[in-house]
Ligand binder design. Sequence first.
Ligand code: EPU
Length: 418
Amino acid sequence: MDKFKIQGGAALQGTLPVSGAKNSALPALAASLLTEDEVLLTRIPQVKDIKTMEGLVEYTGAELKDDGGRVTIRAANLATPEAPYEIVKTMRASSLVLGPLVARTGRARVSMPGGCAIGARPINLHVLALEKLGATIEQSHGYVEAQAPNGLRGGAIHFDRITVTGTEDVLMAAVLARGETVITNAAREPEVADLAELLMKMGANIQGAGTSTIRVQGVERLHGAEHAIIPDRIEAGTFMLAAAITHGNVLITGCVTEHVAALTAKMRLAGAEVTEESPASLRVRCASRPLAVDMTTEEYPGFATDLQAQYMAWMTTARGISFITETIFENRFMHTQELARMGATIRIEGRQAIVAGESVLTGAQVIASDLRASASLVLAGLAAKGETAIDRVYHIDRGYENIEIKLAAAGALIERVK
Ligand code: EPU
């Protein structure tokens, strides 16, 4: 199993380029199952979760070719409209194929995801929404089986709670349903809007994606299209915090500055200098310890839960005490134990972490527990005195493209040990 070795203390300098968004590429790959024509997706990040989704797309019967992030998919025949347990257990986002498969073939069989390191991850809201579109759904033997032999029909869907992949799943089903679908309390994440862009290029009729009410007029069939995935805002945010925690001066390129506005606002309050050099690039400078600034995770456009762990790593070095509240997932504080091994003082009270500042982080052997937790350990390692060894970096490989190569090019002393 690969490890990262990091010698802390080097201030990051230079440029950090951002890759395509994993969480946009995943639904885009699922959406390619909605047409028998060829779909060409570009800027697909070369990360493990994408390879898993590509494997799933092929498993259903589609042909797929990934030429270094330029992916062509042709789903002429979907002989196996199914997501087996073996695939779903390694990646919960596999449930994104439920909507497209039932819309396209009239049936789908998808393993139910179990819990994971960050929380329960149920898909009950996906199921309820698809039932509103006329699918008959049975759950047994750990699988969700959806049937709609005569096709789906439009309906009114109100999400009880905002769900990103739930919104995406039902949007992909609604585009081929007969009549109008109105989704309220929809997720407003940029990844939902990006998926709608792709679907519209494929011939779908969608209004309001990116807002909390989405209207879809179903069409009979979709056709092929070409689409470039949006930049990864979580990778961009991780790099912004890497620049700040190392007291560096870094230009982050190829991002959408608007997508990281909530982080930018917090970082400025804490004393970092964040300058928008263009709508697609940001310079982050931070010469000293930040001030402690409280933060609560929220759905977009609020502060992303996927940046909570990395922000906490930075706050362990702050002047003062910060209160970090996690509202999206119930168990997303696994990184605090490992940060504590590096010298941080953090107390957890329910959904809140109370982070004492001015920690002198020191290098230690730590274990990555999930994707974003691993990123926070990398940031802490970059700032710590001495050597940090991070075990189980396969977690980071699920969602960050060549992170150690990018960081090393900006001056970080980080290497992968096989
Ligand atoms: N929820 C339900 N029932 C459902 C669906 C969700 O109760 O049917 C609950 C969840 O348990 C959670 C909350 O609703 O407490 C929000 O979950 P959501 O469905 O929005 O999360 P997701 O769609 O499974 C996506 C990202 C996550 C990101 C969350 C929140 C993808 C592939 N995944 O997950 O990304 O944390 O939205 O923004 O888009 C990551 O990249 O590291 C990652 C975990």
